[in-house]
Design a binder for this molecule. Structure first.
Ligand SMILES: Cc1cc2nc3c(=O)[nH]c(=O)nc-3n(C[C@H](O)[C@H](O)[C@H](O)COP(=O)(O)O)c2cc1C
Length: 323
């Protein structure tokens, strides 16, 4: 899979997830086999760029791999400026968000709400592509609602305006996250354009990844929620796609070392008190299959200090290893 001048190491990509795909998570996923990790969306409104939240989202220092930065907004001029700003800040790919159904994004007419206005989609894409020298990618849903799956129309707009690759989540905006993703529209999109197409939605296993790739003919797959607490899913899928065989699931000792590395990086990246707070949801995802009753997680979630969190987890894993 190629995006402009960049050859990805494989075709398994980390989906942008606000509040999750921060620098520590992206780096971990890359180390564990992802070919590319897209950053959390950044608003195109310059008034919010100086907030702590945006500053953290813009932090790419020391990040290995290709830096793909997602921007969200509905004003072509502001989107163009946001793209330029992020390229100056180190972005090597600009990704436009037309896939997010969140009310917060949509009430300002952005994210997947834009799919209802193809002319505006074209203006935004033209403005952003024209503003920067780096490749611009686009992320969409299959359409506005099930009666208006205009993904093929949007894909053609993307292609004729030099979008370098198109990621498609197999749900409409109205579907939010309900039901199951459908791949027929992704297949139709792939057949109607010659730019690379990335299939996204409900890919949770190596087998599903292969089925979706085979069925849609897509060039790559993108994984979001299934990577939460399971960042090694990228190497598992990549290995299966290359060899047809399964990697063994990671031993508890490896889960421990991955989780501790992630925890320390979160503490360092966000500082206090945010680091410890943000760590809670990640720890909860990692331990879902071990701590089924959620007993440890309830205790862990009450801890405020980074050192307390580290100690609690070390004790937890020691007890697990002793049993
Ligand atoms: C918590 C969360 C945050 C998300 N944030 C973004 C975002 O910032 N930009 C975006 O394009 N999509 C966002 N998405 C959508 C995902 O990128 C992806 O399209 C969706 O989760 C479907 O893929 P999955 O089934 O593999 O999770 C988000 C999804 C979740 C669950």
């Amino acid at each position: 899979m190629r995006i402009g001048p960049y050859q990805l190491e494989n075709n398994v990509i980390v989906a942008p997830m606000a509040g999750i795909t921060d620098r520590p998570f992206r780096q971990l996923c890359r180390r564990l086999g992802a070919g590319l990790a897209v950053s959390e969306m950044l608003s195109s409104n310059p008034k919010v760029w100086k907030t702590d939240k945006s500053m953290n989202r813009m932090d790419h220092s020391g990040e290995s791999g290709i830096r793909s930065v997602q921007i969200a907004g509905a004003d072509p001029e502001l989107m163009a400026q946001a793209a330029q700003f992020n390229v100056q800040n180190g972005a090597q790919i600009i990704d436009i968000n037309m896939g997010c159904p969140a009310k917060k994004v949509n009430k300002k007419l952005a994210g997947s709400a834009l799919l209802q206005y193809p002319d505006l989609v074209e203006e935004i894409v033209q403005a952003v592509v024209g503003a920067v020298k780096v490749p611009v990618t686009l992320k969409i849903r299959t359409g506005w609602d099930p009666a208006n799956r205009n993904g093929v129309e949007i894909a053609k707009i993307a292609e004729r305006n030099r979008i370098a690759s198109l990621a498609v989540h197999g749900r409409t905006r109205a579907c939010m996250y309900k039901g199951e993703a459908e791949y027929d529209t992704i297949k139709a999109i792939k057949q109607s354009v010659s730019i690379p197409v990335v299939a996204n939605g409900d890919i949770t296993s190596p087998e599903k990844a292969k089925q979706v790739l085979d069925y849609t003919g897509a060039d790559a797959i993108m994984i979001g929620r299934a990577a939460q607490g399971r960042p090694w899913i990228f190497r598992e899928i990549d290995y299966y796609l290359r060899t047809g065989k399964h990697l063994p699931t990671p031993e508890v000792s490896e889960v421990r070392s991955i989780l501790m590395e992630h925890l320390l990086n979160l503490h360092q990246f966000y500082g206090e008190p945010m680091g410890a707070r943000i760590a809670r949801k990640h720890v909860s995802w990692y331990l879902q299959s071990h701590d089924q009753e959620g007993q440890f997680r309830r205790v862990f979630n009450a801890l405020e200090q980074p050192e307390e969190q580290i100690e609690a987890l070390e004790n937890y894993f020691e007890t697990l290893a002793a049993n």
